[in-house]
Ligand binder design. Structure first.
Ligand code: NAD
Ligand code: AOT
Length: 312
């Protein structure tokens, strides 16, 4: 299967590497020149569960995509604010049969994807895998994860199940979901609590979980997400979601992970996805006349920190 990873940073590298090891013909596409050059020259290097490995993957700069290279499956793994430009740049890869799977964190990416891809070819989901980059061409990958995905419109269930099987055959532990909007909101609650709070408090998930106010903050934020989701006919089970979020505190599993927002702002001085997570809930709250004070405040705090650090 010809698979293109559109956005080959930390997560794109993980998925690209695992799908390549699983025997697929994988091409990484990215806009970061130093990263693309490093992979071209030395292969994708990774510390993969403690072992140093190198994978010689095909890689292209997104501004160099030509119209002859149609692909079977595109997995989108940009940061949310890079998604529209990526889709514009990879238009030549999209044939009539090309499936597009979006696994970004955050809510509402389908509004952008629909501008470039016919609805029957769009698949949406989320992932509990994690990843980090140590520098251009070098990924750090540890722990376990899973993927949930579904067809965007009815009628493509069998294809969605096949896609899940393709990912699972490479160890990505993917499952078809019959209620992906629930699953996306449930994962957004993980990011809506961990990402902003760890970034502001300068800690990893285990560190946040070890503080006394963590539980109350998690409950309050999850309730805000749930109130907004309810307006979209997604009825989150608040207690279950809080429990799910709090499993991430465990230092024996993924508690030592610094969320991608922390990696962006604190490690790399980059702008964050806050507007697509807590900021999205704040905007929806205003539209639906639901108060979301913790999401509003956390969004403002992260934006202030972006300004103070002159993030780009
Ligand atoms: P990433 O920032 O590592 O990669 C996204 C893009 O940014 C790539 O094009 C990459 O090349 C570029 N980039 C990365 N570091 C850069 C740097 N220092 N300078 C210039 N460009 C750079 O993003 P990611 O962490 O792989 O996340 C992709 C999506 O997956 C996001 O929506 C994220 O929220 C989500 N996600 C991330 C994780 C995680 O553990 N990292 C887990 C689950 C979901
Ligand atoms: C994460 N992390 O989603 C993944 O870093 O943005 C991120 C992210 C799975 C479980 C817990 C946190």
């Amino acid at each position: 299967m010809r698979i293109t990873i559109a956005g080959a940073g930390a997560m794109g590298s993980r998925f690209g590497l695992m799908l390549h090891k699983g025997g697929n013909e994988v091409t990484l596409v990215d806009g970061w020149l130093e990263h693309v050059t490093a992979i071209k020259e030395h292969g994708l290097q990774a510390n993969f569960n403690g072992e140093e490995i190198t994978a010689h993957l095909s890689v292209e700069l997104q501004s160099n995509i030509s119209s002859e290279e149609k692909t079977d499956l595109i997995i989108l793994f940009t940061k949310a604010m890079q998604l529209d430009k990526m889709l514009q740049d990879i238009k030549p890869l999209i044939a009539e049969h090309t499936k597009v799977l979006c696994l970004l964190n955050g809510i509402g990416h389908e509004d952008i994807i629909e501008k470039y891809v016919s609805k029957n070819n769009i698949f949406i989901g989320n992932t509990m895998w994690t990843a980090g980059l140590e520098g251009p061409g070098k990924a750090k990958l540890f722990g376990n994860g899973s993927v949930e995905l579904q067809n965007f419109i009815p009628g493509e269930e069998e294809t969605a199940k096949k896609l899940a099987n393709i990912l699972s055959a490479s160890g990505l532990n993917a499952n078809y979901s019959d209620n992906i909007h629930y699953s996306i909101y449930r994962k957004a609650c993980v990011n809506g609590t961990m990402n902003g709070l760890c970034t502001i408090l300068d800690t990893n998930m285990a560190g946040l979980g070890a503080t006394k106010p963590a539980h109350d903050m998690v409950v309050t934020i999850v309730k805000e997400f749930a109130a907004v989701a309810k307006h979209e006919e997604v009825n989150l089970d608040i207690d279950e979601v809080v429990e799910h979020v709090e499993t991430c505190f465990d230092p024996e599993t993924i508690g030592l992970h610094y969320p991608s927002m922390y990696q962006d702002l604190i490690n790399n001085n980059r702008l964050t996805e806050i507007d697509y997570i807590n900021g999205a809930v704040s905007r929806k709250g205003k539209k639906y006349q639901i108060a979301t004070p913790y999401c509003d405040f956390l969004t403002q705090l992260v934006h202030s920190k972006e300004e103070l650090l002159k993030a780009k």
